[in-house]
Ligand binder design. Structure first.
Ligand code: 13P
Length: 293
């Protein structure tokens, strides 16, 4: 069973100046589409559920079991990390209890000292079970599943303090936004990313990966981003392909209304999006990863 925690995978990515995709799942189709892409490209993948997606799907245990059983039934051989995206303190503990391989404890809305203390508690609990931990410094702009970030630029001192809690990877607010980027978006703050990358040795995480111009993502990866979070891009691709299917009247032809047919183009669009993004992220085929550790 190729389920693994994320520590060594993302360390290898930072060392090798490439990134591994962290794709949000919402249901069975999403899960299958992401795993199919990873297996076809022979690359490691992180599948993550937000708190909202886990609630929608029926809870952390169901999510963990669904992903694990899908990995098995699809005979997936590449490394797969099951990760909690933007968990609060309770969600992180629940996902750890449910057997996730990795959790993000997002304490950005707490006073910083409390964020640090709670991060330490989650690290101790997670590491006692071989589970990796991500934390966030600064905050990510935009709104995702009711979690609203102001887009606060990460402080280098706070990044160093959070890194010292023993976390395995660090997300930093550097002007990135969840969801679609507005036309007047100013771009990533590369100066701040460089300062954080110089101060912190850990793999760094870029949230809000959808819609950032490719050259900015490539530059960020070269500077230390090792985990690229993608959700909206797959949602848009799924919606577009499904709309085209219905607008072409295909749901009215034969048994085109059968969900196995109706959802197929959208599901394939997620796999295509995954493969396109992995292509320009430079994600290494699995056999290269251990040599870089
Ligand atoms: P996007 O939806 O903007 O791709 O962001 C995904 C993300 O950062 C999940 O944490």
């Amino acid at each position: 069973m190729p389920l693994v925690h994320g520590t060594e995978l993302f360390q290898a990515a930072r060392k090798g100046h490439y990134a591994i995709g962290a794709f949000n799942t919402n249901n069975l189709e999403w899960t299958r589409a992401i795993l199919k892409g990873a297996q076809e490209l022979n690359v490691p993948v992180l599948i993550q559920t937000s708190m909202g997606a886990a609630k929608y799907m029926g809870g952390y245990e169901l999510c963990k079991q669904l992903i694990e059983a899908t990995v098995k039934s699809m005979a997936i051989t590449v490394p797969v990390v099951i990760h909690l995206d933007h968990g609060d303190y309770e969600a992180a503990k629940e996902a750890i209890a449910a057997g996730y391989n990795s959790v993000m404890f997002d304490g950005h809305d707490l006073p910083f000292a409390e964020n640090v203390e709670k991060t330490k508690e989650i690290v101790a609990l997670a590491h006692s079970k071989g589970i990796s931990v991500e934390a966030e410094v600064g905050s990510i702009g935009g709104e995702e599943d009711g979690v609203v970030g102001e887009g606060e630029l990460a402080s280098v001192e706070e990044a160093k303090t959070l890194a010292a809690t023993g976390i395995d990877f660090l997300a930093a607010g550097i002007g990135n936004i969840h969801g679609q980027y507005p036309d007047n978006w100013k771009g990533l703050h590369f100066d701040r990313l460089q300062e954080i990358a110089d101060a912190v040795d850990l793999p760094l995480v870029l949230h809000g990966g959808s819609g950032i111009p490719q050259e900015q993502v490539e530059k960020a990866i070269h500077m230390g981003i090792s985990k690229l979070n993608i959700n909206t891009e797959c949602q848009l691709a799924f919606a577009k392909a499904t709309r085209e299917y219905i607008e072409a009247g295909k749901d009215k032809q034969g048994k085109g209304y059968d969900p196995r047919k109706l959802l197929a183009p959208g599901t394939q669009a997620i796999t295509d999006t995954f493969e396109e993004i992995c292509g320009w992220m430079g994600t290494k085929p699995v056999k290269l990863v251990p040599q870089e550790l």
